[in-house]
Design a protein around this ligand. Sequence first.
Ligand SMILES: [Zn+2]
Length: 224
Amino acid sequence: MRDEILTYWEMCAREKGSLQRGMYYREPPAVSVVLMSRRPGAPYDDSLSADGTELVYEGHDAKRKPGGDPKSEDQPWSLPSGELSENGKFARAAQEAVGQQPLVRAYEKLRPGIWSDRGLFHLVRHEYTTAGARKVFKFFMRLSDLPDMATAREDVNEFRRVIPSWVKQVVYKRDKGHCVICSAADHLHFDHELPYSKGGAGMSPDNVRILCARHNLEKGARIE
Ligand SMILES: [Zn+2]
């Protein structure tokens, strides 16, 4: 569900595995996964448009070798074993997609151990492009219009509304990662104090807060 706050372990539980890398290719109809970060000092150059619909995701570096610097090497198409790397699998899937483009779920790191679900994207195309003295992968993805199983029950306007990452980071810190009503620390959501449909805007920390699932639901019932 977009704007849901997940601990690392909640995210792993949802994806049914321990997520140790940035990219997981899964053969369609399964949904692939990417983990992104735009925090200061993030190791990769990922970007997301202000409206949250256009994601440009950077591929992964080569595995570190003794004495080597992965940031000075071309990002790899294949592994030393000769199998495709995750870069290679995503690139091949983007090239070979006939009809529907492969689906990818993107999670964004807000702070250590804390993630936000950015939604379900279509993998549209890739580039293998020069960045400084090496080549990197760029994967271009577009937010899907398909009903996201986790978001299907949400109002379309609510679904389309995006809380910027900087607001999420400020609010998470201010609310100390707990429901502001009951101090629960799991099943948390970023909540707009005034729903979009009633004229609320989500662009400032002042009208965004953290609620647990229970208080989020209770509030929805009261206002609607
Ligand atoms: Zn609560």
